[in-house]
Each structure stands twice: as structure tokens, then as C-alpha cells.
Design a protein around this ligand. Sequence first.
Ligand SMILES: [Fe+2]
Length: 140
Amino acid sequence: MIVDYRWDSTLETGHEMIDTQHKQLFVAINDLLHTYQQGKGSEDLSKSLDFLTNYTIKHFFDEQRLQQKYHYPDFENHKKYHEALKAEVRDFSRQLIMKGPSEELINKVCSTIGDWLVNHIRIQDKKLAAYIKEQDAVAP
Ligand SMILES: [Fe+2]
């Protein structure tokens, strides 16, 4: 059974760039699920997984750059969370190449990234967005 991941307003951080990219990440997760459900072959699945992987990396990069710009005090810690997910995502790509696609693997990829994102957004990214808002209020 494949689970659907959706962005909803409870995941809104209030920072435009962060929220836009988060929405895109959920779209990419669902795209991978649907590509698999439609019975598409390895090539389409790899393409979809590559997009999800690259977009995840791009998002983390942009978010970290934003943190540096604002001298975010929790930067190192936040970066560690990003690195941990990046390592898992890389491992999934390797497994897809080695073993080929399976419902188990696609499910694992989507639930790992989806669950991670939901938790990370609710705690870490909301904290970050609140910090940025506070800084902008002090020195806009
Ligand atoms: Fe983050």
C-alpha cells in the first residue's frame, strides 16, 4: 500500500522561498509514487527519483545559504539534519540502480523523505522561519 504525501497549511513556515520549495518537494514525492503506480519502467523511475534527489539537495543548499546570511545560531545542527537525509537519499538511488524498482523500495523512499520532511518542517524549519522573521523585524 502506497501512502500519499501532501503539503497542507499546517506545514507553512511563513517564509516564501522555504514554503515554495517544500511544496515542490511534496509534488516530487507524489510524482515518484505515481510514476511507479502507472507501471513506468526503470528509466522513468530513475528520472523521477533523480529529480527528487537533486531538488532535495538544492533545497537544503538554498536553506543553508539563507541561514548563513542571517547568521542563524542553530546552523551547524540544522545542517547535520540535512546531511543525514542526503545520505539516505543517496543510498536509495544506489539501491534503485542495483536492485531495480520495487513497491517496497519506492514506498521506503517516499515514506522516509515524506516523514522526515513533515517532522523537520514542523520543528526545525518553523524555528528557522520564526528567527528570520524576528531578524527582519529588528533590521528590515
Ligand atoms: Fe531544513
